[in-house]
Design a protein around this ligand. Sequence first.
Ligand code: F6P
Length: 324
Amino acid sequence: KGYIGILTSGGDASGMNATIRAITRSAICNGYKVKGIYRGYEGLIHDEIRELTSEDVSNIIQRGGTILKTARSKDFETPEGRQKAYEVMQKEEITALFVIGGNGSLTGARVFAQEHDDVVCIGLPGTIDNDLCGTDRTIGYDTALNTIVDCVDKIRDTATSHERIFFVEVMGRDAGFLAQNSAIASGAEAAIIPEDQTDKDQLEEFISRGFRKTKNSSIVIVTESATGKGAAYYADRVKKEYPQYDVRVTILGHLQRGGSPSAGDRILASRLGCASIQALMEGQRNVMIGIRNDKVVYVPIAEAIKQHKPIDNSLIDVLNELSI
Ligand code: F6P
């Protein structure tokens, strides 16, 4: 049958180890042999590969990060790099490639499978950003969300004591799931997210709601921005336009990616990992294993990465209603 190859790619996410464990154990249970590919696609190109046994994945379900290491491979974006990866797969007798990662990683898998008919790719959604279509959740999202909420609870103590406005910047790349839902869960006054594309200025909206009339402090969660409109941008605007307010910025950064995975992420990883082997046995190829309405689904990788995953507008309404 050849080997199943597993790699983790892109930003790490808590629950990746639980996914590696589930794929490995389920594969072995069903008569397959497994190889771990180190450092994502980089390790595939450079043949950093070794067999994984059931014992190799012991005692990792509770650990953050990824035992296989991860990378964002520039070489894999080139046809030459992918050709090299293909040759290494042949040499290592890997017949099915299991890719745990986010949007960029699954885009790589799709291009690779398009170039090589005989390559079977199975994707598992592993990213804190929750930005893959066709699945309600991605592995790592729940843990990151809980981490953010813990941090905001702490910031709230000092914000209240000093009567300050805090702009807290969270990750998500260009997706506002972490910001919007952490704002709801932490009782924040507002969230500034990229999906809110109406003409209105999200900061003006927040100020004009007159937050100071009833509250002596405020927390605004802001999605990071590649175009410079992160927490610092909004804080600077408030400092200039409303100098009466005392403003601070906290950028949570990479602490959002670490830590022991939540029970929810461990269970999701275990379910999707087992389902991925099931999918292989059913002859599925080039699909991502997702979860919808608490049921496992197979989503063509092309669909999972096709568009920006929409945020449910009712989440915006919930925050607005509850933050008066
Ligand atoms: O995709 C996961 C993610 O954490 C994003 O939220 C963030 O924009 C990015 O990765 C950060 O990447 P890096 O760890 O390479 O700085």
